[in-house]
Design a protein around this ligand. Structure first.
Ligand code: RAM
Length: 342
């Protein structure tokens, strides 16, 4: 080997080794002043209007924080496997933070831990990761409130008594399962004693599957009075099924929906009222939270707080959870006004 080829070979070996190291094991350090911060928002699935709204909130936060890039991503259908693959690739891309709405509280923990070991700040929002898989979880609101409000809306729609069914998102979704548990507990209480839960089915936050499941409920339970869909995808599909089966006025749909997607179904009469929090604010605040963790702000920890920009400071409890505002109720009186926003 002459001198030139020796130098080239040495350089190549050194480069190869360092790029290998970059790919596995090195810890991302706190970004220097002026360095671009890359925050990946990993949603349950793409094509869901709720997450599109959260994305616009993340972009708003990025514009205010300056020097922040949002990488918006998610699987095509809501599966933990799809999200694991995505997080793996975000680790190789060495993003600074991952803000995730998890399709499963536990299945994603090992990959989230791997990301954190590499210095990536992992924050869950909307649908949580188990505590050991994230630094913080941002709830849209109090779970108890969200669960009970949905039963209350169902009871209001059907005069307080009758058969009800739940059309949920995917069977492992952290957020929906927490709310369903709250509903099942509340059904044991005297105030909801006349509501009878006859079935819980899963539409996987896919319009076609949700629609088929809703049709199945309507045909299997002829005395059904209400369908509660604690998912913005499911509630639209259930309302369409009620209209298509000519059951408007006999079966009412309620749950969590986006005013922009629900206005027509309030007009058709399939839905009297539904609820939701502001998904734009949720994405906005989650992005601010991730930013504080990336910056190593001392208060950004369990028992502390984070700066949520135009929303002020938000407290983080001892379990690393934070919560935003109460869900808001929509009906014929206000749905058109909010339909213009989200
Ligand atoms: C769907 C998703 C999301 C949930 C909303 C209410 O868009 O399942 O996680 O928070 O509904």
């Amino acid at each position: 080997m002459n001198r030139k080829t020796f130098i080239a070979a040495t350089l190549l070996a050194a480069f190869g080794a360092s790029s290998l190291m970059a790919g596995c094991g090195q810890k991302a350090s706190t970004p220097a002043e002026g360095e671009k911060i890359r925050i990946a928002m990993v949603v349950k699935s793409l094509g869901n209007g709720f997450f599109d709204a959260a994305h616009s909130g993340a972009n708003e936060a990025a514009a205010q924080l300056k020097n922040v890039e949002i990488i918006y991503t998610g699987p095509t259908t809501p599966s933990a496997e799809g999200q694991i693959e995505i997080v793996n690739s975000l680790i190789s891309q060495k993003v600074n933070a991952i803000v995730i709405s998890a399709n499963d509280p536990n299945a994603l923990v090992p990959i989230a831990k791997k990301a954190m070991q590499r210095g990536i700040k992992v924050v869950s929002f909307d649908s949580g990761l188990a505590q050991e898989g994230r630094l913080m979880h941002l709830n849209p609101s109090n779970a108890e409130l969200i669960g009970k409000k949905q039963l209350q809306m169902a009871a209001d729609s059907i005069g307080g008594a009758g058969e009800i069914a739940i059309l949920s998102a995917s069977a492992q979704a952290t957020n929906q399962n927490i709310w369903i548990d709250v509903m099942k507990d509340a059904l044991q209480k005297p105030e909801f004693a006349k509501l009878k839960l006859v079935a819980t089915v899963y539409g996987d936050d896919q319009s076609d599957k949700s629609y088929r499941e809703a049709i199945g409920l309507l045909r299997s339970y002829p005395n059904l009075k209400a369908i509660i869909a604690p998912t913005t995808v499911g509630i639209v599909a259930a309302a369409k099924a009620v209209v298509d089966e000519n059951l408007v006025g006999k079966v009412y749909v309620t749950g969590l929906g986006l005013p922009s997607e629900m206005a027509g179904h309030v007009k058709s009469g399939a839905v009297k009222e539904f609820a939701i929090w502001n998904p734009i604010d949720l994405g906005y605040a989650a992005t601010f939270a991730a930013y504080d963790f990336v910056k190593g702000v001392p208060d950004a920890k369990a028992g502390g707080k984070f700066n949520a920009g135009r929303m002020g400071a938000i407290a983080i409890d001892g379990n690393g959870e934070a919560a935003m505002a109460e869900p808001f109720l929509y009906n014929a009186g206000n749905v058109d006004k909010f339909a213009k926003i989200f």
